[in-house]
Design a protein around this ligand. Structure first.
Ligand SMILES: Cc1cc2nc3c(=O)[nH]c(=O)nc-3n(C[C@H](O)[C@H](O)[C@H](O)COP(=O)(O)O)c2cc1C
Length: 454
């Protein structure tokens, strides 16, 4: 089976800088409820596993040393809170999952754990957390730091953060703690609820989790870092992993390394569902699809694309000649973004111009363009070449790109027996993995048997 996620963000244009100017693009309506409820209904009609909401808490101000280009081009700014649109989407759907990005570097674990518990209740167990640590110094400065933590230290902090969150979700309330016994006048049995006690280098927490047990308790954990340190984190914690790169040559070794790392952590290779970034431009015929893509491309903003790339990599692309070759640099921004256009595929050399053109539609992932048959052939070939489980689909034009996928691609994949015909019932984790609670081999499960009363 090939699985689909929709890649979205509570902002304008997300991964296709400049296309907000397209006359049919709706992403400028991101600050209305109808934008999100229409999207949710559409994706559920197409049997998508979920909508994955990206987020950043800073501005893309690396390009030209200022946020001017990002602001001009709506390069992931303005950006609203991703968690707050989830209840509206949940209210109009029954099955769609919600993988929501929250950067833990600037959130208190005790409060964030409660927000996820709240959403797990309100979505009937359809919430997931894309755990990120950020890559923008602008975010760190806005939060009172001089710069962000060093790359690998961010993952160390994340490791401790997860232990606190798991203890709150899994260890504070027993399964039978909530009695709701009207006759006895007992809502919750105090003997079955306890404070978690954590003391580590970054966090000291003593407290009872504020929310009562939700359907999944721990949200489905998503992760998207593929540096060696990021991969280790994913191998321990992630249930779903998002990878991105321009070609199977870049993606395949990352997928193999992730599954191998999961095995080294005592998990099974298929305990990870891996989704690769891609954008599909599809129409009745190859010629019509190509015409559509050409028209989309005429709206691409190169400045916006390079502002994005500069933010992801921490390298100011405005200082480079458009025809210069992109060379590898290591710094404290994201590592995989730079690798994608440098050392991940030594057979391919990228100029700055080529990066701008490529990133302009759907970010750093590939664009598959053509008739339903052509696109489905390409998707099947990509899966066979990489070992991924599905695609994290970006849009060129909101919501037209997803509407085309639901109309053209999903039925063709179903006809080929490569796409689910219906959702499974139950929480997101049951739909994806056949169980409501984390697998016993997952580190969250270790926090289940805490003893001692509050
Ligand atoms: C498909 C995809 C989506 C991502 N979404 C976000 C996001 O929404 N917010 C964020 O701060 N980082 C996001 N990231 C960045 C990762 O969380 C991570 O910081 C980045 O890939 C660098 O990690 P690495 O150096 O371990 O590779 C995303 C990465 C990928 C591949």
């Amino acid at each position: 089976m090939i699985r689909f996620n929709a890649f979205e963000m509570n902002c304008v244009g997300h991964q296709s800088p400049g296309l907000w100017r397209h006359p049919r693009d709706r992403s400028g309506d991101y600050n209305t409820l109808a934008y999100w409820t229409d999207l949710a209904r559409l994706l559920e009609r197409g049997g998508f596993d979920g909508v994955f909401l990206a987020d950043v808490v800073g501005l893309y101000d690396v390009f030209g040393g200022s946020p001017a280009a990002a602001l001009r081009q709506a390069t992931q700014v303005p950006v609203n809170d991703p968690l707050l649109v989830v209840p509206a989407m949940a209210a109009v759907t029954e099955h769609l999952g919600f993988g929501v990005t929250v950067n833990l570097s600037y959130e208190v674990p005790y409060l964030l754990a409660r927000r996820f518990t709240t959403l797990d209740h309100l979505t009937s167990g359809r919430i997931g957390w894309n755990v990120v640590t950020g890559y923008l110094d602008s975010a760190a400065r806005a939060m009172g730091l001089d710069r962000q933590r060093a790359h690998d230290d961010r993952y160390d902090l994340a490791e401790e953060y997860m232990a606190v969150a798991y203890a709150l979700w899994e260890g504070s309330w027993d399964d039978d703690a909530v009695r709701r016994d009207r006759a006895a006048g007992v809502y919750a049995d105090p003997a079955r609820v306890r404070a978690i006690r954590h003391e580590g280098p970054h966090f000291r927490v003593e407290g009872v989790h504020l929310g009562e047990p939700s359907p999944q308790r721990t949200p489905v954990i998503y992760q998207a870092g593929t540096s060696p340190k990021g991969r280790g984190f994913a191998a321990r914690h992630a249930e779903c992993v998002f990878v991105s790169g321009p070609s199977p040559q870049v993606i395949a070794p990352r997928v193999a390394a992730l599954r191998q790392a999961a095995v080294e952590e005592g998990r099974r290779p298929d305990d990870l569902l891996i989704y690769a970034l891609a954008t599909l431009v599809v129409a009745e015929t190859d010629a019509k699809a190509q015409a559509k893509l050409d028209e989309y491309r005429s709206y691409v903003s190169h400045e916006g694309a390079l502002a994005l790339m500069s933010g992801w990599t921490g390298v100011d692309f405005s200082t480079l000649d458009l025809d210069a070759e992109v060379r590898h640099v290591e710094n404290d921004a994201g590592r995989s973004a730079m690798d994608n256009v440098t050392r991940a595929d030594p057979s391919r050399v990228w100029t700055v111009r080529e990066v701008a053109e490529h990133v302009g539609i759907g970010g750093i992932g590939p664009v598959f363009c053509g008739s339903p048959a052509t696109v489905c052939d390409a998707l099947e070939a990509f899966v066979a070449a990489t070992g991924i489980d599905g695609f994290n689909l970006a849009y060129a034009v909101a919501h037209e790109t997803f509407a085309d996928i639901v109309e053209f691609v999903v039925p063709e994949l179903q006809r080929r027996g490569r796409y689910p015909m219906a959702y499974r019932d139950g929480p997101l984790r049951r739909k994806l993995f056949g169980r409501d609670r984390v697998d016993p081999a997952h580190p969250a499960a270790r926090h289940r048997s805490v003893t001692g009363a509050a």
